[in-house]
Design a protein around this ligand. Structure first.
Ligand code: BGC
Ligand code: NOJ
Length: 826
């Protein structure tokens, strides 16, 4: 069942029912100011950091689920409704929500009155613009009351929802003309405020939540709206809000457009106030308001946003035999990559914005799917990330975007972290040819006095693995590797201990974690990532270093085959007792997905047929119609030696859920191994556009990936097997966005930037006759035509570039202008 449809020509998903199976959201803003907006206008906004600089309030895990947002209320002679249906939930005569690239348009109508609200964050602007067009579609004049609504958050989202003894006394506002200023703590230590304005006169306002809503009412029946009139309340402590009130009369056929702006302003300390020392200096705010206070200026802002997306999405564009692939590659997957690049795993409808900042491994992987869009921003991010690395190559696992400082609550010692940086820096160089990033001086531990060139950071990353091997010569597992829930040094038997940060004191003497537990996943990641480091060293002319690094990779491959090949697939780990994890010998959790793809893509054991055997085992044991489960059989009891993984019921999250992120690694591996049909099968099991038809089962947005889909074991524990199989969760902020962008564009369609050119090596469904693609790359435009007359999956038989035959499958860097690339598979 569907709840809308794709409008590809406008790059929009059009939602036709407000009762989606879960709130379906969009993100506004890509630079400093961000908003989350659901299909019923729920959500919130923040500046840069969802924890430290939250502007409007949102109540997570509420009942009903999506409570709090920017709401317009209409009281039309006692009939009260919202254009987005919620929170009043009056049945509308028509409803539509269009989520587009950086904007959302919600339209509702009731009793002949239509309200169309467009929400967006303009380019280079710290505010959300909301244009409301009200149209009287009836044949009689209409007089009604309109109320806007936003609820301020007192900046620090964590403090805001815990520290009521203080917060109920600190809220402050200022009101001037049609603008309500939120200036909590502005008098003392904060040099920033927010405002909510409308470009017209108003007939009243409310700034105190209890006066507007009423202590015993809800968002669905605010007492001011029910009364049809504002109270002109002035918040002093308690909960400041901003609500404009206006009486409007429209003749039949008449329209009225109002532009609201919810903005954020930072002021230099010495310019914060007017001469009286307490009134906000509004100079900057007024200039911001002036920028978008007419429908014409709004139209120009929207056009600018659209053209920014035209150029971003113009870098890679494909035309394949499958519309759904085109829709994902050309529009939604790239869009999601921008969002994950900006937000890492911080703020979504599943991530509260409080728990996490920018993750080291997460953000490095996000770059893989984003780097072609705005390489300069990727570069800046790489440097920020590297600055949170420690001199020994270990890394802070997370940092706060506002401070850019490593988060010491979480600390480091995640065994995979350093490797992702080699991969992301290499992908940046491959995209841009900008080798100068390696010479950039980057601090360790945010300490300028410890700055070293980026190349040194890569070296530290590589050798952090080499210098931390266990008894089988495989990398130590430490607190966790990519799988946060395999915690082999934790042995937790006390509720509340964080599996990610708690390590059992019994390992204290060994330096904090087991020196026996080893991760095969990190071993295979090392052999996959390592050649990038070697390539970089070779390019720098550092032959000896390159040979030395290559020898380490070869040694690791040998160690994997000697101790981590289980006969039909690769083991997952050795636990702290030295026992195998992810082996046929195990009772549960016999096979895990994570190490397999990287092993295949680094040719570990290829000469013995390890690649195809592993793919076969994956297909037999892990594949389902909704994607590949992470492990099988699911754990049905708590294995203290494994940690968090076995705390999840089978079929969910890391315990045999369909973790879409590492499905991508298998898609890449199957494509790499020449199994284009199989790669495409796995791709189409999880790519959102393909799950649209089963939105009632899938529940989350059909235009973006979620982190997890309920696996085949979901519900088995309680005899409900099958009921939650296929149900998506944790949509938007997942490494799947970047990795499936890589999987489809670089492995299946096979267009992959390399150090010295653009490699083109498709691995497609054999049924395809071919496809076309346009790729902007290092200043040139490459129009690529792939022909597949013999219906193979993989194999470049011949290639011409601008009419001339070129050996192999790497298109050389041709420079500016358009270049025609023709490839015949066979
Ligand atoms: C989740 C992981 C997540 C981790 C972050 C775990 O509970 O299952 O998916 O990465 O928490 O701290
Ligand atoms: C989500 C986390 O953000 C990511 O860092 C981790 O790799 C996966 N969960 C798997 O545990």
């Amino acid at each position: 069942m569907k709840f809308g449809y794709f409008d590809d020509s406008k790059r929009e998903y059009v939602i036709t029912s407000p009762r989606t199976p879960y709130p379906w959201i969009n993100y506004l803003g890509t630079q400093g100011f961000f908003s989350l907006i659901s299909n019923t206008a729920g959500g919130y906004c923040f500046y840069k950091d969802a924890r430290l600089r939250r502007i409007t309030r949102y109540r997570y895990n509420n009942v009903p689920i999506d409570m709090g947002g920017r709401y317009f209320y209409i009281n039309d002679n006692g009939c009260i409704w919202n254009p987005g249906w919620s929170p009043v939930k009056t049945e509308l005569d028509s409803y539509e929500c269009r989520h587009g690239m950086g904007y959302t348009v919600i339209t509702g109508s009731k009793n002949g009155l239509k309200a169309c609200a467009t929400f967006f964050v303009p380019q280079n602007y710290d505010g959300e613009v909301q244009q409301l067009v009200l149209t009287n579609e009836s044949s009689v004049a209409k007089t009604f009351s309109l109320f806007s609504f936003a609820e301020w958050c007192l900046w620090d989202a964590q403090d805001d929802c815990t520290n009521f003894q203080r917060n109920f006394s600190t809220g402050r506002v200022e009101i001037k003309d049609s603008t309500i200023y939120h200036k909590t703590e502005y008098r003392d230590r904060r040099n920033h405020f927010a405002f909510y304005t409308v470009n017209d006169t108003i007939d009243g306002y409310d700034t105190d939540r209890d006066s507007f809503i009423g202590l015993y009412n809800g968002f669905n029946d605010p007492q001011a709206v029910v009364a049809g009139k504002a109270n002109n309340s002035f918040a002093d402590g308690w909960s400041p809000i901003a609500s404009h009130y206006k009486r409007i009369t429209l003749a039949p056929g008449e329209s009225k457009t109002l532009v609201f702006i919810l903005g954020y302003v930072e002021m230099p300390a010495h310019k914060k106030f007017e001469a009286d020392g307490k009134t906000i200096n509004k100079e900057k705010a007024l200039a911001m308001i002036d920028k978008y206070n007419t429908p014409e200026k709004v139209a120009a802002g929207l056009a600018e946003l659209k053209s920014a997306w035209d150029s971003l999405l113009g870098i890679l564009n494909v035309n394949t035999p499958d519309d759904k692939v085109d829709r994902m590659v050309n529009i939604w997957n790239q869009y999601q990559c921008m969002v994950t690049f900006n937000l890492s795993r911080s703020a979504s409808y599943f991530e509260s914005g409080i728990g996490r900042g920018m993750g080291f491994r997460d953000s490095n992987q996000d770059i893989l799917g984003f780097v072609h869009q705005i390489p300069d921003r990727a570069r800046e991010r790489l440097i920020d990330l590297a600055a949170t690395q420690l001199p020994d190559g270990g890394c802070y696992h997370q940092y706060q975007p506002l401070t850019k400082k490593g988060n010491s609550d979480i600390g480091g010692d995640f065994s995979d972290d350093p490797l992702w940086m080699i991969l992301s820096v290499a992908s940046y160089i491959k995209e841009t040819g900008d080798w100068s990033i390696l010479d950039e001086n980057v601090p360790y531990d945010n300490d300028e006095s410890k700055a070293k060139p980026m190349l040194d950071h890569l070296n530290a990353s590589f050798y952090h693995i080499v210098n931390n091997l266990g008894p089988h010569g495989l990398p130590l597992a430490m607190r966790a590797d990519w799988n946060d829930c395999i915690n082999l040094s934790c042995f937790s038997d006390t509720p509340g201990e964080s599996f990610q940060t708690y390590t059992n004191p019994k390992f204290k003497a060994e330096g904090g974690y087991s020196k026996v537990a080893e991760s095969v996943m990190v071993a295979t990641l090392f052999t996959y990532v390592g050649p990038n480091f070697v390539g970089i060293l070779e390019h720098k002319g550092l032959k000896d270093e390159a040979a030395k690094a290559q020898a380490e990779i070869d040694k690791m491959k040998a160690n994997i085959m000697a101790s981590a090949w289980d006969g039909d697939w690769f083991l997952r780990a050795y636990d702290a007792n030295g026992e195998k994890m992810g082996s046929k010998e195990c009772e549960e959790g016999q096979i895990f997905i994570e190490p397999q793809g990287f092993a295949i893509m680094s040719d570990v054991g290829k000469d013995q047929g390890a690649d195809l055997r592993t793919l076969k085992a994956i297909d037999e044991r892990l594949n389902t119609k909704f994607g590949l489960v992470l492990n099988n059989p699911a754990f049905t009891k708590y294995y203290i030696q494994y940690g968090e993984i076995s705390t999840y019921p089978g079929g969910y999250k890391e315990n045999a859920g369909i973790f879409t992120h590492n499905n991508a690694w298998i898609i890449c591996a199957a494509a790499y191994a020449g199994q284009g049909d199989q790669a495409f099968k796995y791709y189409s099991e999880i790519a959102p556009a393909f799950t649209e038809e089963t939105s009632d089962i899938h529940k989350t947005e059909p235009y973006v990936y979620g982190q997890m889909i309920g696996g085949k074991d979901a519900g088995a524990d309680i005899g409900m097997q099958g009921d939650h199989f296929g149900q998506g969760k944790n949509s938007w902020l997942t490494g799947t966005a970047a990795w499936n962008m890589v999987a489809i564009s670089q492995y299946i369609l096979g267009i992959k930037p390399d150090f010295d050119g653009l490699s083109v090596d498709p691995s497609i469904p054999s049924a395809w006759d071919g496809f076309k693609a346009t790729r902007k790359f290092r200043g040139g435009v490459y129009n690529i035509t792939i022909k597949n007359p013999s219906h193979v999956c993989k194999g470049v038989k011949s290639m011409t570039v601008d009419g001339k035959a070129v050996e192999g499958n790497v298109v050389p860097v041709m420079g500016a202008g358009e270049h025609e690339v023709e490839i015949v598979l066979g």
